[in-house]
Design a protein around this ligand. Structure first.
Ligand SMILES: Cc1cc2nc3c(=O)[nH]c(=O)nc-3n(C[C@H](O)[C@H](O)[C@H](O)COP(=O)(O)OP(=O)(O)OC[C@H]3O[C@@H](n4cnc5c(N)ncnc54)[C@H](O)[C@@H]3O)c2cc1C
Length: 404
């Protein structure tokens, strides 16, 4: 039976970030994932892309994986333009307003996960078990035993990083609350007539937000969140008919759409757990909190969880890292920050769905006022980029324009 300091269940972006952060500090880590490693196809874009802010970029720089991520099709974006279909309200967030070269980067999820696992391969004390199903987690006084298909191992600490439907969470009996938005996000890559201008565009429709994210080759990745019946209908349309609906819904903001790739959809819900800890086990990433993608925050929050947990574990130096007093520090640090962002995103999701005329007018006014309010807007930009807040050391780095 192998022994580890930490066993992480779930080898996605968040679990693999934590594994790197701990392995870099010489902890013996193992990651277990039910799936096979992600397949990276360098000839075409992954349909799953994420907008990552500065804090996540710093984590990846400090872990030494940013060169591998940025060597591929990473796309910086300088502005974010948001407008409301139900009012005259619009707002532009511009990195220049806070003296930064960009607001963040659009990255392909599979490329990031691949880069994280390649880097992990450099640590002799890190193991990854793909295509392995965890069957039992048994916390004891001094350690936890993890039983999986084909064997078992022990650890001082087990981390559930197994996504929104977390088996670990359910197995540990941690309750989750939330909202099923009854929406789906349709994603696809499109070619537009006009340049995306390194800007993330988002139009709020009554049925949900429609975003065009800029990709490095000049095309855009769309995330069209909409109510389930509409999503079902859109998924059955021919490419031609879908493009027609897309152009109209986006008000031809980037001109006509000349090409579209495959479409895929994802269910959308919000969920959060009552507590992050049970026994010698702790939850991070979507396993602890899943948010609507309208503000592009889910992965950013999870990467921050991973950075904080690694710092808390390292700070426990000669203590038992699986004890409640150590893990409580992580929970106290992250729960408030995550709830704040979750509530803000949920509030926006709800606000833009209201179609009552007075609310629409107020919403439009609010957007225009925020757009004109220098300091408030700067605060929002800094928070969304991960420049403000209680940041762990791993999420801090100094970057100059010459670094890009
Ligand atoms: C359409 C869409 C767009 C988004 N855009 C953005 C964005 O722009 N910016 C942003 O920050 N976030 C975005 N998000 C959110 C982001 O994708 C998630 O927050 C992030 O992927 C969560 O990472 P995770 O590692 O916690 O979970 P996951 O990515 O779900 O990874 C979980 C891992 O656990 C494994 N697993 C599952 N069950 C088990 C089990 N029982 N045992 C072992 N392993 C298991 C899975 O195989 C997987 O590898 C978006 C989400 C969607 C749906």
């Amino acid at each position: 039976m192998s022994e580890h300091d930490v066993v992480i269940i779930g080898a996605g972006m968040v679990g693999a970030t934590l594994a790197n952060a701990l392995a870099q500090r010489e902890y013996r880590v193992a990651i277990i994932d039910t799936n096979d490693p992600p397949v990276v196809d360098h000839s075409q874009y992954d349909l799953r892309v994420s907008a990552l802010g500065r804090a996540a970029e710093c984590v990846f720089r400090n872990l030494g994986i940013w060169p591998a991520v940025s060597a591929h099709r990473v796309s910086p974006f300088r502005k974010m333009v948001v407008w409301d279909a139900g009012s005259e309200g619009a707002i532009t967030f511009d990195a220049a307003e806070i003296g930064e070269p960009q607001l963040g980067h659009i990255v392909e999820n599979s490329l990031v996960v691949d880069a994280l696992h390649r880097q992990l391969g450099n640590y002799p004390h890190a193991d990854v078990l793909w295509a392995t199903k965890v069957e039992e987690i048994t916390p004891q006084r001094d350690s936890v035993t993890i039983g999986f298909s084909g064997g078992e191992c022990t650890a001082a600490l087990v981390v559930g990083a197994d996504g929104a439907g977390s088996w670990v969470r359910r197995h540990l009996g941690i309750g989750a609350r939330g909202t099923d938005y009854d929406q789906r996000a349709i994603v696809a890559q499109v070619q537009t007539e006009r340049s995306h201008e390194h800007t993330a565009w988002q139009r709020f429709l009554a049925t949900g937000p429609l975003a065009f994210l800029p990709l490095a080759d000049g095309s855009c990745s769309i995330v069209w969140s909409c109510d389930r019946p509409l999503a079902d209908e859109l998924m059955t349309l021919t490419d031609e008919a879908f493009i027609h609906r897309l152009e109209e819904s986006f008000e031809f903001r980037l001109g006509k759409i000349s090409a579209i790739g495959a479409r895929k959809w994802f269910p959308l819900s919000r969920s959060y757990v009552e507590r992050y800890i049970a026994g010698r086990c702790v939850l991070i990433g979507d396993a602890a909190h899943a948010v609507h993608p309208l503000a592009g925050q889910g992965a950013n929050l999870g990467i921050a969880d991973a950075a904080v947990l690694s710092e808390v574990v390292a700070g426990a130096a000669h203590k038992d890292i699986g004890t409640r007093s150590v893990l409580r520090r992580y929970e106290r640090w992250r729960k408030g920050e995550n709830m704040l962002m979750m509530n803000a995103v949920h509030g926006l999701q709800r606000l833009f769905q209201v179609q009552l005329t007075p609310i629409r007018q107020l919403r439009g006014l609010g957007l225009r006022l925020t757009d004109a309010s220098g300091p408030l807007k700067q605060l929002i930009i800094r928070r969304a980029m991960g420049l403000d807040g209680d940041l762990p050391e791993l999420a801090k780095c100094s970057i100059s324009i010459a670094d890009y």
